[in-house]
Design a protein around this ligand. Structure first.
Ligand SMILES: Nc1ncnc2c1ncn2[C@@H]1O[C@H](COP(=O)(O)OP(=O)(O)OP(=O)(O)O)[C@@H](O)[C@H]1O
Length: 436
């Protein structure tokens, strides 16, 4: 099946928007590659360039090792499935699926057999005589898939094909789609902003932000060893706890990570210690996912952080406690740069205001408790990132049992799995070398 290689591909639209910024990416034979990122990060533009619907401003697009920048879409052996797929309303399901075969002159006999095969594989063999208006949303999506598959393409390009469906159907269809394309062995590029879709369906995930490729790897790699602070913050629910830490080296003993009121200690023989020790006297970002944190007895020894529960969230199968440990949170704004917030900072009201502003595009008046700090001069500080930086205390997300015996205001001690910590520098790049 078709292999894809993007080499240094950039797309600048006539109005100056840089939608895709120097992206290089390979999709192997039969691979299911998911392009993941928030709205506007350039995923669809990448897909459209691979399809030939958009010309790159610079760089090369190769299919099966051949440059195709000037090859028209119809000659690329590609099938596309979009979110707002359009079925022909006056045609039956069978005729809709058969349509591409009719266009390319396949005889009625083999045409019927191919349609029956595809419809059987998609579980819509019994509705071939119906019109699209007589189908459910999920069935219509299967017909759209069938119409793409029936041509036996070398490459599938799918742009948010499930986003119009309800969540139950999405989960069902994402298993079906990934199962089906693997069975067919067709190389696939699948665009989504839904991390659950990406992590469950992909062989590899490519994560984009503002036109720039941030990380490429298997779901386990990008979740377990994210290349950048942005990827660390983007993947996972609850979000990874990202704390500002000052680094102090105690030669031949340990490296202290000062988190504000408390510290953690990386033993000298830890393989990551040398990389982190380079930042002696500077600030870095320490990431810890909720699964790296376990509640322990108040006087437990070892790598333990102590704090007070600010609030609890009950999720049925588990509860999340948000713990004030006197540290500074690094908040990565999905649309802007990293933002640092420190104790004594803005209220939830202000953060809600920020969200509303993002959703509505309208400025919301800042409550009086908001304090905007100047970017620090430190080379390694995330405060270097341009833009406004707000301050708030870290609220460390910790997983608890469904009905925990603690409540807001209670103290809580948590043990930290030091081997599960992540370290990022001020530019947001992962610190530990040889990490994947
Ligand atoms: N024809 C165009 N002219 C100018 N800018 C464009 C054009 N098409 C897309 N853009 C811009 O390029 C950027 C990337 O758009 P793109 O559609 O690739 O993002 P996306 O990640 O697929 O987003 P979504 O998930 O919302 O579809 C956005 O800022 C978008 O506004």
């Amino acid at each position: 099946m078709t292999t894809v290689a993007l080499k240094d591909v950039t797309k600048v639209f006539p109005d100056g928007t840089v939608a895709v910024d120097n992206v290089s990416l390979d999709v192997n034979d039969g691979e299911f590659m998911v392009l993941l990122g928030p709205s506007g990060c350039g995923k669809s533009t990448v897909l459209r360039m691979v399809a030939g619907l958009e010309d790159p401003s610079s760089g090369a697009i190769m299919l099966d090792g051949a440059l195709v920048n000037d090859v028209p879409p119809r000659d690329r052996r590609i099938a596309m499935v979009f979110q707002d797929f359009a079925l022909y309303p006056h045609m039956t399901v069978g005729d809709n699926i058969a349509f591409p075969l009719r266009l390319s002159g396949v005889e009625p006999g083999p045409r019927g057999a191919r349609v029956a095969d595809v419809a059987g594989a998609l579980g819509i063999g019994d509705v071939l005589a119906r019109k699209p208006s007589q189908l459910s949303g999920g069935q219509r999506q299967r017909v759209a898939m069938g119409r793409a598959i029936v041509r036996r393409p070398g490459l599938f390009l799918m742009d948010e094909p499930l986003s119009n469906l309800d969540s139950g159907l999405r989960a069902e269809l994402r298993a079906e789609i990934s199962g089906l394309v693997r069975e067919l062995g067709v190389s696939t590029i699948y665009v989504t902003h839904d991390q659950a879709e990406a992590l469950t369906m992909a062989d590899r995930v490519a994560i984009m932000r503002k036109g720039v490729l941030q990380d490429v790897g298997t779901p386990t790699q990008v979740y377990g060893r994210p290349a950048t602070l942005y990827v660390a913050a983007f993947l996972g629910s609850p979000r990874m706890n990202l704390l500002e830490a000052s680094v102090y080296v105690h030669l031949d003993r340990y490296v202290a990570l000062n988190l504000g009121e408390q510290s953690l200690y990386l033993p000298w023989d830890d393989i990551r210690t040398r990389a982190v020790a380079h930042y002696h006297g500077e600030r870095i970002v320490v990431g810890m996912r909720a699964e790296a944190l376990t509640p322990v007895a108040p006087d437990a020894p070892g790598d333990v952080l102590r704090g007070r529960i600010r609030y609890l969230e009950h999720h049925g199968h588990e509860s999340l406690a948000f713990l004030d440990i006197g540290a500074t949170a690094i908040v990565v704004d999905e649309l802007g740069g990293p933002v640092t917030e420190q104790p004594g900072g803005p209220s939830r009201l202000r953060r809600l205001g920020n969200v509303m502003q993002r959703l509505t595009g309208r400025a919301v008046e800042a409550p009086p408790d908001a304090e905007v700090v100047r970017p620090s001069a430190s080379r390694t500080s995330v405060l270097n990132d341009p833009g406004r930086h707000h301050r708030r205390p870290a609220e460390l997300a910790v997983r608890l049992a469904p009905y925990p015996a603690v409540a807001a205001g209670h103290p809580l001690a948590i043990s930290v799995r030091m081997d599960a910590l992540h370290f990022f520098d001020g530019r947001g790049d992962r610190i530990d070398v040889g990490w994947r």
